[in-house]
Structure formats: C-alpha cells, structure tokens
Design a protein around this ligand. Structure first.
Ligand SMILES: [Zn+2]
Length: 384
C-alpha cells in the first residue's frame, strides 16, 4: 500500500513538472510573439513627401553591399549619398527566415504575414501602400528585373493566399491593380491579356525600343527573359528613368509612389554565384542613383532603399596579412581578386537584419533600427 502511494506521488510530481514546463514554454513563445508585433515603436515622421520611391534589393544583406564595395573599390551610391541609414528587422509570422512574399507584404501593408502570402492573411486582403497612394490620387508604378508577377511586385499590386498563384496575380495586375506603370519579365503570362492592357491611355510593350517610343500616359513593359542587362542602355536604371517619366507625365500634380526591385541579387545568392550577384547589385545601385538624382531635382521626393532579407549567409573573410619589403606582416585590404563564391555559407535566406538608406523629406526622423512593417508606416505618413 505504502509503495503504491509513493508511486502515485512520483507520478503526480512528474505531471506537475510537465505542466510547469509546458506553461513556461508557452509563456516564452507568447512573449516572443508579442515582441514580434511590438518590435520597437512605430516611427513618427512629421515631414510630408509628394513622391516616394522605394527601392528593394532582393536578398541584399549588409555583406552583399560590403562585397560589392570591395569589388567596386569604393562606397556604393546608396551607402554614400543617402543621408540616413540603419537596420531593418525582417522576420515574418513563419518560423525561421522570411521569404520575399511575407517581407514584401510587411513593407507594402505594414502587417506581418506567413511566408508565401501576398498582401493577404486569414482570408482577408490587406490594403497596400499602392492602394493607399491611389486613394490620394497619386500615380503608382512597379519596376522589377524578374517576372512582374513575382512575390515582391505582387505584394504591391495584388492580394492572394499564395505567391505561386501567378495567373491570379497577373489577372489582378491587368484588371484591377490600377497601376500606371508595370515593368518586368514574364511576357508569356501577360500576352494573353494584350488587348486588355492596351487601351487609349495605356501601352503594352515588349522591348526597350518600344518602351522608349511609348507615348501614352501609362505603360506595361513586359520583356522576354534575357532583355534586362546590368550595363548599357537596357538596365534597371533605364527602366526606373522611364517609369519616372511616365509617373510625372502631364506635370502630374498629385505625386506618385514607385517601387523598384533589384530582384536577381537574391537569385544569384541562392546559386552562390558571387560575381553575377555583384553585377546585379551594382545595376541596382545605378537605379538608386537615378532615384536620388530625381529627388535632388524634385526636393519633395523621399527615396528609401532597403532589402527584404539576406540570402546566402555571405561572410567576408578577415583581411589578409602579407610581408612588406622589410619583412613585417602588414594588413592588406581585400580586393576584387579575393572575392570568391565560397564567401557564401548557405543557399537559402537568413534571419539577419538588412540595411535601409533614406534621403529626402522625413529621412532624418527614421530611427536607426526599424521593423520591415515600419517601411509602410513611414511611407503612409510621408504621403498622408
Ligand atoms: Zn530568395
């Protein structure tokens, strides 16, 4: 009898320990989740901007920028001309690293969602900054170096449960997004809608010559897959220039919102191909220069440059030490020749913070550490 009692007591004790453990774990998960939603205070921006240009380097971590600078031999445009900079926390509602869909949704709507979701959560569409800008009468545009239905442009122009619903995304962009400018790849997806896209006020073009010749107010420029170069005249910078021409056509008085994505920084990071990644990043930096020069000429324009997440866990090795003429070991800075694919330590996304750079009205009010949802908060305050 006594033995049975002891056994029972031991059992009860274990159950109590188990319950305490479960409660402790549940509390810490809850605290973590709460921290997620309250990551820092929402920034308050008092200045107002007529136009906002948001440039997103897909997969562009801090070390991607540094590596491009080692290759370039000097600081990038984004890292030298834009007056304010800081870090961005990128987590989504999913465990682990965010994907482009959730990160773009956070920036476009101010809401955290699960990976894969496009301005949509719990069976509801979430209003995007594009739609908000349109409600204020602003013209809106999206430019990317990957398919125009890809996750990042999609979050700024459509609502759907999954980023893989490409046909649904294209359908919304063509029929209901009210975009004035859409540029990217994916011609075969948009061709079936050529007659819908082409209207008295909107051109549908498929190459740079036709884009340059386009005279209507609005344009959807959807190219063949190899059409966008990193150097020369058919680049992301060219597309950004043309987008700005269209968004300011007829002396547009209500301003505009433009999102420009350097999408293939991410693709080459997944592939651990460092030189092509750098070429994409430098081409993205050229687009930043176009945006900055526009803002210099139109001081009521704010430019924000950031990334959705880091891809490839890129690590820069320590500086080398080499013997000088006196035989002393001295530090030699890394140069373009040192850059190697082995600097990538992973093929997937990471949870690392990314950088932001800003210039123009309100830029100075942005805290040094923000959440990706704050990008939406900042832009909506700027244009309100
Ligand atoms: Zn990716």
């Amino acid at each position: 009898m006594r033995e049975v009692n002891i056994k029972l007591r031991t059992k009860v004790m274990w159950i109590i320990i188990a319950v305490i453990l479960v409660l402790a774990i549940a509390t810490s998960i809850l605290m973590f989740a709460l921290n997620y939603y309250n990551y820092g205070e929402d920034p308050v921006v008092e200045d107002r901007a007529h136009n906002v240009i948001l440039l997103i380097g897909d997969g562009m971590g801090k070390n991607h920028i540094k590596t491009a600078e080692i290759y370039h031999g000097s600081k990038l445009f984004m890292n030298s001309k834009l007056t304010t900079s800081g870090e961005v926390f990128t987590h989504s509602l999913s465990l682990g690293a965010t994907d482009s869909a959730a990160a773009a949704t956070a920036m476009a709507t101010g809401k955290k969602v699960n990976n894969g979701q496009i301005a949509w959560h719990s069976n509801e569409n979430i209003t995007s900054i594009t739609e908000y800008a349109q409600s204020l009468g602003k013209r809106t545009g999206i430019v990317t170096t990957k398919p125009a239905y890809d996750a990042t442009p999609a979050a700024f122009s459509a609502h759907t449960k999954s980023r893989s619903n490409s046909n649904d995304i294209v359908y919304q962009q063509v029929h209901s997004s009210n975009l004035n400018v859409l540029m990217g790849l994916g011609k075969s997806y948009y061709d079936p809608f050529a007659d819908v896209i082409n209207t008295p006020t909107r051109d549908y073009v498929n190459n740079f010559a036709a884009l340059n010749a386009s005279s209507k107010d609005d344009v959807y420029a959807i190219f063949e897959d190899d059409a966008i170069a990193t150097l020369g005249t058919n680049t992301l910078a060219t597309m950004t220039e043309r987008a700005l021409d269209k968004l300011t056509i007829n002396d547009n008085e209500d301003g505009f919102f433009l999102m420009v994505e350097g999408a293939r920084i991410d693709s080459y990071s997944h592939d651990n191909e460092i030189k092509p990644m750098i070429e994409q990043l430098l081409a993205f930096d050229d687009a930043v220069a176009v945006a900055y020069n526009f803002a210099k000429k139109h001081p009521n324009t704010t430019v924000i440059v950031t990334a959705d997440h880091e891809t490839g866990n890129l690590k820069i090795p320590n500086t080398k030490k080499e013997a000088n003429e006196e035989g002393e070991l001295v530090e030699v800075p890394l140069s373009a020749d040192d850059i190697d694919n082995s600097w990538f330590k992973k093929t997937g996304h990471t949870t690392q913070n990314v950088m932001y750079f800003a210039f123009g009205p309100g830029a100075k009010a942005i805290p040094s550490e923000i959440d990706n949802t704050d990008i939406y908060e900042i832009i909506s305050q700027l244009i309100s």
